[in-house]
Write a protein that binds this ligand. Structure first.
Ligand SMILES: [Zn+2]
Length: 310
C-alpha cells in the first residue's frame, strides 16, 4: 500500500521527508505568511500562484467536515493543514508517491494534495479532500492498534463515495478475477500495511472498499457507525464487530468472499470492463451501419432501391 502515508502509516524511510515538510511549514507560517490561508476549519499553506485553489479548499472544508461527522458518526475536533502541490515534482518533494493523488499524515493533521492529478475531473478536489479528512477523523478517534488498515481505507472510500488517493495503472477492477482464482487477500493480511507491488496494492484498495460496502449493504450505515464508535471507545476489532453487527468478523469475511465467487458476480466483472464493452458495441454498430449503407448503395445504383434517401 501506500505503506507510507495514505491512511497515515508512515514508513521509516520517509520520516526525514516529513521532518523537512514540518520545517517548510514552520517557515511558511513565518516568513511566507502571505502564503498561509487560515479559517476556523482549515489552514492552507500554499504557493501564491495557487491562491484560487486555496480559497476553494477553504470554502469547501466546512461542508465536507459537517458531512463527514454525520457520515462516520465521529467527531472532527481538529483543524487540518492542507498543502496543495501544483505539480508532480512538488508533490514528490513533499513525500508523495507516484501512485497517489494525495496523502494524509494524521499525527500532524496534515493533508498534501497533488493538484496536477485533481484537475482531470471536476469533483475530484472535493472528493479527494473528503477522503483524506476521513482518514484524519478515523485516526483522531480510533487508536492505531484498533484501526485495521483495510477498515481505515474502506471506511474512507465509503465516506468519499468510492474515491481514494490511489491511482491504479489500469482502470479496471481486479476483484472478480482474484476472487475466482482464489487470490484475494485475507483481511488479516491487510491489517497493518498494504502490499508494495502494483497489483497487490490495487487489489488491497479494492478489497477494502468492497468489504466495507458489503458490510453497509448487509447491515446498514448505522452498523458501520456503531462499529467505528465502538472502536473509538477502545474495543478490539473482533469485539466491536460482534457488538455492531452481531456476527463474527471471520464469518462475515467468509460470507463476503463466497458472494464474490458466486456466478452472479459476473456482473461485477463486466462492470470492470464497461469502457471496453461500450467501445466494442459502438464499433460493431458502426461496422453494421457501414455494411448496410454499402448494400443499399449497390441496390440503388442498380436501380432496384425505391428509397430515395439511399
Ligand atoms: Zn485512503
Amino acid at each position: 500500500m501506500c505503506k507510507a502515508f495514505a491512511g497515515g502509516r508512515l514508513g521509516p524511510g520517509l520520516r526525514p521527508m516529513i521532518g523537512l515538510l514540518a520545517v517548510w511549514l514552520a517557515t511558511a507560517s513565518g516568513a511566507w505568511a502571505d502564503k498561509v490561508l487560515q479559517t476556523p476549519h482549515v489552514r492552507i499553506v500554499h504557493d501564491p500562484a495557487l491562491k484560487h485553489q486555496a480559497v476553494q479548499i477553504a470554502a469547501m472544508s466546512p461542508a465536507i467536515i459537517e458531512n463527514l461527522k454525520r457520515k462516520l458518526g465521529l467527531p472532527f475536533d481538529l483543524r487540518p493543514t492542507v498543502v496543495p502541490a501544483p505539480d508532480r515534482e512538488s508533490f514528490r518533494r513533499l513525500g508523495g508517491r507516484a501512485w497517489l493523488s494525495a496523502f494524509a499524515v494524521p499525527r500532524k493533521q496534515l493533508v498534501v494534495l497533488d493538484l496536477s492529478r485533481l484537475d482531470q475531473r471536476s469533483g475530484d478536489l472535493y472528493a479527494t479532500l473528503k477522503h483524506e479528512y476521513a482518514h484524519l477523523a478515523l485516526h483522531q478517534a480510533i487508536a492505531r492498534r484498533h484501526l485495521p488498515r483495510w477498515l481505515d481505507e474502506g471506511a474512507a472510500q465509503w465516506a468519499s463515495d468510492g474515491l481514494s488517493e490511489y491511482l491504479p495503472a489500469v482502470q479496471r477492477t481486479l476483484l472478480p478475477q482474484a476472487a475466482a482464482a482464489g487470490r484475494l487477500f485475507f483481511l488479516d493480511e491487510l491489517a497493518d500495511t498494504f502490499p508494495d507491488d502494483p497489483q497487490g496494492l490495487h487489489l488491497a484498495y479494492e478489497q477494502s472498499r468492497s468489504f466495507v460496502n458489503y458490510l453497509v449493504r448487509r447491515f446498514g450505515e448505522d452498523a458501520l457507525r456503531r462499529l467505528l464508535q465502538s472502536l473509538a471507545a477502545g474495543a478490539a476489532p473482533w469485539e466491536a464487530f460482534e457488538e455492531a453487527v452481531g456476527v463474527e468478523l471471520a464469518a462475515l469475511e467468509d460470507e463476503w468472499r463466497s458472494g464474490l465467487r458466486r456466478p452472479g458476480s459476473w456482473l461485477a466483472n463486466l462492470a470492470g470492463h464497461v469502457y471496453g464493452l461500450l467501445f466494442f458495441v459502438a464499433a460493431v454498430a458502426t461496422i453494421g451501419a457501414y455494411l448496410r449503407f454499402r448494400h443499399r448503395k449497390r441496390h440503388y445504383r442498380a436501380g432496384e432501391d425505391d428509397d430515395p434517401e439511399w
